[in-house]
Design a protein around this ligand. Structure first.
Ligand code: AP5
Ligand code: MG
Length: 211
């Protein structure tokens, strides 16, 4: 079974890789960031509350995130495995996850900080199908429009420089300790996240097949 976590700083390429790797493994891609952004777009009470934290670049409080993820993990398609992207992000979240499921591998993305800023400021995404673009490295065929459904592309509210700085700080303080946490559990593999998306994917797939 594939029960996988992608761990890494904002802009490391988790979402880009998770979409493709999950498709190839036939497991659902579960991104807490996407689940929270969908809730915010629908203006549900939970989404409205989460949106304030997201815009500022802070973590959404554990009880809200655990509720959103718990509901998603209970859906039948997640019973045969899953790829978690952006969860867990705190030791408390990792402990909560450990109480409901075992994991097979945690893939930690390694990348220099300067490259993260470059990737995030150039990112655009489709608010409809969630496909991720980059104006410098993977632009849409028609400027400003999604290749798949022609929706107007948007910039995420948390890709403003001030929110990006907060997200990087929050990552170092609250999420980076999970690298040692999962190494101690014998679940960690590290992957060089520089290079083209297909180079990074090949490294991830090699590290998963060694599992
Ligand atoms: P989330 O949506 O998870 O954001 P993040 O972790 O900050 O990560 P990103 O989505 O910004 O980056 P990514 O690694 O997915 O990179 P991507 O593939 O897009 O979380 C957002 C917010 O939600 C959080 O700040 C928090 O408020 C809340 N939240 C979510 N989960 C939570 C949790 N568990 N607990 C509490 N709060 C939570 O790539 C980035 C760019 O680079 C793109 O433009 C892409 O095209 C480009 N790119 C990708 N790979 C390459 C490559 N190899 N070469 C060149 N360019 C590339
Ligand atoms: Mg992402």
């Amino acid at each position: 079974m594939h029960r996988i976590v992608f761990l890494g700083p904002p802009g490391a390429g988790k979402g880009t890789q998770a979409a493709e790797v999950a498709r190839r493994l036939g497991i659902p891609h579960l991104s807490t960031g996407e689940l929270l952004r969908s809730a915010a777009a629908e203006q549900s009470p939970l989404g409205v509350e989460a949106d304030g934290y997201i815009r500022a670049g802070h973590l959404v409080p554990d009880p809200l995130v655990l509720r959103v993820l718990g509901e998603r993990l209970e859906r039948p398609d997640a019973r045969g495995g899953f790829l978690l992207d952006g969860f867990p992000r705190t030791v408390a979240q990792a402990e909560a996850l450990g109480r409901v499921t075992a994991l097979d591998r945690v893939v930690a993305f390694e990348i220099p900080e300067a490259m993260l800023l470059e990737r995030l400021t150039q990112r655009r995404h489709c608010p409809n199908c969630r496909r991720i673009y980059n104006l410098a490295t993977s632009p849409p065929r028609v400027a400003g429009r999604c290749d798949d459904d022609q929706s107007p592309l948007e910039q995420r509210s948390d890709d403003r420089p001030s929110a990006v700085r907060t997200r990087l700080k929050v990552y170092l303080e609250q999420t980076a300790p999970l690298v040692a946490y999962y190494r101690d559990l014998g679940l960690l593999v590290t992957v060089d996240a520089t290079g083209t998306p297909s180079e990074v994917r090949a490294r991830i797939e090699a590290s998963l097949s060694r599992a």
